[in-house]
Design a protein around this ligand. Structure first.
Ligand code: UD1
Ligand code: UDP
Length: 368
């Protein structure tokens, strides 16, 4: 039996690790346990509930307005005890959060091999996204096994001389749709359930990134106000991240418009099905850049660059930056010009066939 300990702590990691956990739990040669760092609390629980997975350990580290230092110190300290107790053969971490990097570091300190799921994404700009770019570079340096979603992620690793045990598997986010997306879906969120929004064009918005907090987030919100006022027939739906600093800006600028619906974070079931009902997505999220193209929904990325160039190359995703004027202009183009809209609204899925978790599990079953 290979003892696998899967460690994660935030919403996006959970969306992408839960399908893998479900797969690992099916395998007879693998003993899989789950440790949550609890970097997120409510938003993490929403995903665990959606996949019906109960964690084995939880470090419960989240504090309001937590600093990167506090996250790092607490996870490193608390994981030492867990790793000594479980003595896993391999630790799996995901992506680029502080949880991912610190969990990999904690495993390294115990000389436990690390498998990095969603390996090889890069902007090569240390401060964008911050601190994620360096988190994933350092995790890649520590890891023994690299599960890269796409061939270009593998090339990124090769450019850093990481060539051993690199596997192109697809992204487990596509696997997640098997659990989350259903026909004739009925929303759980009470407001969405009763809202008369069907038939309206929906602009789905999410924005929360650390480097966007402050002026960039204000710009994003101001652009949305302009669009909402100019197009009273469209509906903006923005499930707002629980970060109090994000909520302060968003509610202050967007709180009082009749065709802007500000919601608490949605369950991933509601969220994935809402993507399917949307006309257009404005986001600074990484995950949404992978999810929305699979549904044929154009994405305007509220950042200056992306580590996910595949859907940009395919034409479904466009990086528009964080100036209010640019966001307003690009959104307007998609609302006004049906030809440009339709060119972007082609279902594109460069992120896999929904079997990434099986590939990763196969590889893990065959390591000794
Ligand atoms: C973290 C990740 C980021 C990822 C994002 C996904 C790091 C450094 N950042 O950023 O890469 O894109 O998660 O959402 O790892 N909060 C709650 N309840 C929750 C979750 C958050 O109240 O369930 C509040 C807390 O006040 C917390 C704050 O949000 O202090 C920020 O959370 P944190 O994990 O530090 O940063 P994110 O911006 O969520
Ligand atoms: N998501 C969700 N509910 C929401 C907003 C997002 O379930 O209210 C999902 C989204 O579909 C994606 C993931 O959460 O799967 C993205 O997480 P987030 O935006 O927090 O992080 P990022 O992708 O930026 O790292």
């Amino acid at each position: 039996m290979t003892k696998v300990l899967v460690i994660f702590g935030t919403r996006p990691e959970a969306v992408k690790m839960c399908p893998l956990v479900l797969e690992l739990k099916k395998r007879s040669k693998i003993e899989c346990s789950v440790c949550l760092t609890g970097q997120h609390k409510e938003m993490l629980r929403q995903v665990m509930d959606a996949f019906d997975i109960q964690e084995d350990y939880n470090l419960y580290i989240m504090k309001e307005k937590q600093s990167l230092t506090a996250i790092t110190i607490q996870i490193l300290d608390k994981l030492e005890f867990i790793l000594r107790k479980i003595k896993p053969d391999i630790v799996l971490v995901h992506g680029d959060t502080s949880t991912s990097y610190v969990a990999a570091l904690a495993a390294f300190y115990q000389q436990i091999p690390v498998g990095h799921v969603e390996a090889g994404l890069r902007t090569n700009n240390k401060y964008s996204p911050f601190p994620e770019e360096l988190n994933r570079q350092m995790t890649g340096r520590i890891a023994e096994y690299h599960f890269a979603p796409t061939p270009s992620n593998k090339i990124n690793l090769k450019n850093e001389n990481i060539t051993n045990n690199v596997f192109v598997t697809g992204n487990t986010v596509i696997d997640a749709f098997k659990t989350t997306v259903t026909n004739n879906y009925i929303f759980n969120n009470a407001i969405l359930k009763k809202y008369q929004w069907r038939g309206k064009r929906i602009i789905l918005v999410t924005a929360h990134r650390r480097e966007n907090i402050g002026k960039p987030l204000e710009n994003i919100c101001n652009a949305i106000v302009r669009i909402a006022k100019e197009y009273p027939d469209i509906l903006v739906i923005y499930p707002v991240h629980l970060n109090p600093i994000v909520r302060e800006t968003v509610y202050k600028v967007l709180g009082n418009l009749q065709n802007i619906l500000l919601l608490d974070p949605l369950s991933v079931l509601d969220m994935h099905n809402l993507i399917a009902h949307s006309y257009l997505i404005l986001t600074d999220s990484g995950g949404l850049q992978e999810e929305a193209p699979a549904f044929g929904k154009p994405v305007l990325v509220l950042r200056t660059e992306t580590e996910r160039p595949e859907a940009v190359e395919a034409g479904t995703v466009k990086v528009v930056g964080v100036s209010s004027q640019d966001i307003y202009r690009e959104t307007r183009v998609l609302l006004e010009d049906i030809n440009i809209y339709q060119k972007m609204a082609r279902a594109v899925n460069p992120y896999g066939d929904g079997h990434a978790s099986e590939r990763i599990a196969d590889i893990l079953e065959n390591i000794s």
